[in-house]
Ligand binder design. Structure first.
Ligand SMILES: Nc1ncnc2c1ncn2[C@@H]1O[C@H](COP(=O)(O)OP(=O)(O)OP(=O)(O)O)[C@@H](O)[C@H]1O
Ligand SMILES: [Mg+2]
Length: 507
C-alpha cells in the first residue's frame, strides 16, 4: 500500500490555559479520503485540539504541518488557505441573516461592473443553491437561519464547508442534536465527501456511530495522547476501556425489591396546547418512578414539556403536582411551583453565555427565591459560593474556578452546569429534555445514577430522549408520541427498541 501523505498534521502538541493543561504531547493527522474519529471524555481536549487546526487557538508547544510545510501555529488565514473548515460544537451560524448570507459572510463574491467591484449576488445565489441541493437541504437560499431547526442549522454549517471546497472538514459532535434519520443523512454526506478525497475529522460520544463511520480513531484521556488505531481493530468495549479505563454499568431501572408508597405525585389530564401541537395528553407519575417520552422529533414531546413549564399556552387540561392543581401561565410560575426544565438546546435556551459558572449555577435558585416575578431579591455572596461549590463537586464539573465564564468549559461540562443549576433550585419535578446530549459514556452513567437518586427521593422525573437505549435503561415506563398524541405506553422491562420505533412511526 502506498503511504498517503497527510493533509494536515499536529506533532507533540501541548496547550496550557491559566490553571489547566488542556493537552500535552498530542499527535494527530488527517489523510485524504478518511474519517478520523477523535474520542475522549468530556474535557479530554478534543475541541481545543481542533481549535488549533482552525487557527482559533495557538499551541503552547509543538509543530503544526500543512501540505508538508511546518508552522509554530496556524493562523485562521493559514488554516483557510490550506482548506481547513470547522463546524463548531456550539453552532456558529447567525440567526438574523439568510442561509446564503451565512455561507458567504466575510467572503462575498465580487464581480466587476464598469471597472468597479460590486457584490455578485447572482453567483452567490447560484452557488448556495448548488450546495443545498448537494447536501439535500430543502430550503431556499433566502431563508432566515433563525427559522430553521437545529439540524437544519447544522446543515448550513456543512454547506459553508462544502461551498468553499474545503479539504479537511472538522465536525465537532455533529450528531448530538440529530435524529436517527438525520444522522443517516449526515453519514451519506460524509461518505460522499470522503469519496471525493476529503479528510473528515469526526467527534462523537456515540460509540456505535464511531464504529460505523470511522476509519481511524485517536483517543485522548485527560489531555494525554492515548494512541491512534484503525477502527477495524476496535469494538465498543475496547474503546471504553481506552478512553475511560473502567467498565460501565448497563441499566438504572427501579430496584424491583424496593417498596414505594403507591402514590401519584404528578398528573397531567387531557392536556391540549392552544396551537394543538399536543392533543389530549393524560398520564400519571408515581413516586419512585421515572417516566420516559419517545417519538420522532416534532411528535410533540418537547412541545408537551413546554406546555407543562408554561412556555406555551394550553387550551384545555389540568396539571397536578403533589395533589395541588397548578395554574401555570409562564415559566416563572413553573419555577415557583418547583418544576425544572433542562432544555434540549443548551446554547439558546439553556445557559447564560456571558455569566460565570457560579452565576449560572445560582440562577434558577435565585429566581425561585425572588419576589414579584424576579424584580427583587438579595444576592448573598457566601450562599452563592456555597451552592456553586456544592454543585461543582456533585456534578463533577471540570473547571479551574467557578468564576470562569461558562463558555470556557468543554461542551459536556456546560451541560453539567445546567443540570447543577436545576438541582440547586430544589425542584419537586424535573424534566430532562435530551439530558445527555454531548455527555461522554462515563458521565452519562453518573447522570443516570443521579436521576435514579432523585426518583428515589420522591422527586418526579420525566425524560425526553431520542436515544432508545437511554430510555430503556433509565425509565421505568415509556410513553411514545406520534403526531401530537400518545400512541402507546410500555414497561421498560418488557419493551424492545423495535416496538418503540413502530409506535413512533405507525398509528
Ligand atoms: N478558553 C479556555 N479557557 C480556559 N480553559 C479552557 C478554555 N477552553 C478549554 N478549556 C479547558 O480545556 C479542557 C479541554 O476542553 P475541551 O473543550 O477541549 O474538551 P472536549 O474534549 O471537547 O470535551 P467535550 O466532550 O465536553 O466537548 C477543559 O478542561 C476546558 O475547561
Ligand atoms: Mg468539545
Amino acid at each position: 500500500m502506498v503511504r498517503m501523505t497527510s493533509l494536515v498534521e499536529m506533532r507533540n502538541i501541548t496547550k496550557k490555559f491559566p490553571g489547566v493543561t488542556a493537552l500535552s504531547g498530542v499527535n494527530f493527522d488527517v489523510k485524504p479520503g478518511e474519517v478520523h474519529i477523535l474520542l475522549g471524555e468530556n474535557g479530554a481536549g478534543k475541541s481545543t485540539l481542533m481549535k488549533m487546526l482552525s487557527g482559533a487557538y495557538e499551541p503552547t508547544e509543538g509543530v503544526m504541518v500543512a501540505n508538508g510545510k511546518e508552522f509554530p501555529r496556524f493562523t485562521p488565514k493559514i488554516s483557510q488557505d490550506n482548506g481547513i473548515s470547522i463546524i463548531y460544537q456550539e453552532l456558529s451560524v447567525i440567526n438574523e441573516i439568510s442561509i446564503q448570507e451565512n455561507i458567504f459572510v466575510g467572503k462575498l463574491a465580487e464581480k466587476s461592473v464598469l471597472g468597479l467591484k460590486v457584490v455578485d449576488n447572482k453567483a452567490m445565489r447560484k452557488r448556495t443553491q448548488e450546495v443545498l441541493d448537494e447536501i439535500g437541504l430543502k430550503r431556499s437560499p433566502e431563508t432566515t437561519v433563525g427559522s430553521l431547526s437545529i439540524s437544519e442549522k447544522q446543515m448550513v454549517e456543512i454547506a459553508k464547508a462544502v461551498a468553499f471546497d474545503a479539504k479537511v472538514i472538522i465536525m465537532d459532535e455533529p450528531t448530538s442534536s440529530l435524529t436517527t434519520e438525520e444522522i443517516n443523512h449526515l453519514f451519506e454526506i460524509v461518505n460522499r465527501l470522503k469519496k471525493q478525497g476529503k479528510g473528515i475529522v469526526f467527534i462523537s460520544h456515540k460509540l456505535d456511530e464511531v464504529l460505523a463511520i470511522g476509519d481511524r480513531v485517536t483517543i485522548l484521556k485527560d489531555g494525554q495522547y492515548v494512541g491512534t488505531y484503525p477502527i477495524s481493530e476496535m469494538d465498543e468495549d475496547r474503546l471504553v476501556k481506552l478512553m475511560v479505563g473502567r467498565e460501565i454499568k448497563g441499566t438504572y431501572l427501579k430496584d424491583p425489591d424496593k417498596e414505594y408508597k403507591n402514590e401519584v405525585i404528578f398528573e397531567v389530564n387531557g392536556l391540549t396546547r392552544k396551537d394543538e401541537y399536543v392533543k389530549e395528553i393524560s398520564f400519571k407519575l408515581k413516586r419512585g418512578e421515572i417516566l420516559g417520552f419517545s417519538g420522532l422529533v416534532g411528535a410533540g414531546r418537547t412541545e408537551l414539556m413546554e406546555a407543562i413549564y408554561g412556555a406555551a399556552p394550553i387550551k384545555a387540561g389540568t396539571i397536578t403536582l403533589l395533589g395541588k392543581t397548578l395554574h401555570i401561565k409562564k415559566p416563572y410560575d413553573a419555577l415557583k411551583e418547583g418544576i425544572a426544565l433542562v432544555t434540549e438546546n443548551r446554547r439558546e435556551t439553556g445557559f447564560s453565555p456571558y455569566f460565570s459558572i457560579k452565576q449560572n449555577l445560582n440562577q434558577a435558585k435565585n429566581l425561585k427565591e425572588s419576589k414579584f416575578g424576579g424584580m427583587t431579591g438579595l444576592i448573598n455572596n457566601a450562599e452563592e459560593e456555597r451552592v456553586s461549590e456544592e454543585q461543582r463537586v456533585a456534578m463533577q464539573i471540570k473547571c479551574a474556578t467557578t468564576n470562569q465564564v461558562i463558555t470556557q468549559l468543554s461542551g459536556g461540562n456546560q451541560q453539567k452546569v445546567i443540570l447543577g443549576r436545576w438541582m440547586a433550585s430544589n425542584p419537586k419535578l424535573i424534566i430532562f429534555d435530551e439530558p445527555t446530549k454531548g455527555i461522554d459514556v462515563g458521565t452519562k452513567s453518573e447522570i443516570y445514577k443521579l436521576m435514579r437518586g432523585l426518583a428515589d427521593k420522591g422527586i418526579g422525573v420525566l425524560v425526553v430522549s431520542s436515544e432508545l437505549p437511554e430510555l430503556l435503561s433509565t425509565c421505568d415506563r415509556i410513553i411514545v408520541f406520534n403526531d401530537g398524541r400518545s400512541n402507546g405506553e410500555f414497561l421498560s422491562t418488557e419493551a424492545t427498541e423495535e416496538e418503540l420505533v413502530r409506535a413512533a412511526t405507525t398509528k
